[in-house]
Design a protein around this ligand. Structure first.
Ligand code: 5GP
Ligand code: MG
Ligand code: MG
Length: 187
């Protein structure tokens, strides 16, 4: 979907498709240099990071394995519950592996801080993060992000994997919704 397909719901586009590609290509080029010879495991946090993982992995110039994990800290609304549950676990044993977590967005940081600890406690040789977006204003927990994407203001965004109530994930750019879209939904 493009912005034009859901124009009536969109307040403004924040990051275009082309800008997203630039951000991801830049990070993937850096990571390819750093992980050469290390057979990295890309860990995608479902569902939001799925588009980012696809673009990032394709932009890498070295072999990279991938696996998926589903965590929940958000319900259908726009506020974090602060509690993490594993809905679907990795199928890969991360012991001794160089893991690169691929995330859509870091908000409070609670989800990623938990995941970094979890992967380290499973014996990963190293754990680093690529996050497409970060909201520094909302950070509650420090997480070291090795490959940084774009910092954004404290606004709820959708698109390129990010949803509001499971919608807008298949939008090809990142946008802010009109407030009325949330009205009647959970906040
Ligand atoms: P955190 O644990 O860092 O507070 O947030 C983790 C998850 O909350 C993110 O991976 C993402 O799925 C969701 N999230 C945080 N901010 C936003 C946002 O602006 N839009 C959407 N759609 N999801 C968000
Ligand atoms: Mg996420
Ligand atoms: Mg969501």
């Amino acid at each position: 979907m493009r912005i034009a397909d859901v124009q009536e719901d969109i307040d403004h586009e924040l990051i275009s498709k082309e800008e997203i590609a630039d951000i991801i290509n830049h990070a993937a080029a850096q990571a390819s240099e750093d992980y050469r010879g290390k057979n990295p495991l890309l860990v995608c946090v479902l569902k939001g990071a799925v588009n980012t993982l696809a673009a990032f992995s394709q932009a890498m110039s070295i072999h990279a394995e991938m696996d998926f994990m589903s965590l929940s800290s958000y319900g259908s609304g726009t506020q974090s519950s602060g509690k993490i549950t594993v809905r679907q676990d990795l199928s890969t044993d991360v012991r001794g592996r160089h893991v690169l977590i691929v995330e859509d967005i870091i908000d409070s940081g609670v989800t990623l801080a938990w995941l970094v600890d979890e992967l380290k406690s499973r014996g990963a040789a190293s754990v680093e993060i690529f996050a497409l977006l970060e909201k520094p204003a909302r950070r509650k927990v420090e997480v070291p992000v090795k490959y940084k994407g774009r910092e954004i203001p404290d606004e709820f965004v959708v698109g390129f994997g990010l949803d509001y109530d499971e919608r807008y994930r298949n939008l090809d750019s990142i946008a802010v919704l009109k407030p009325e879209v949330y009205e009647g939904g959970q906040a």
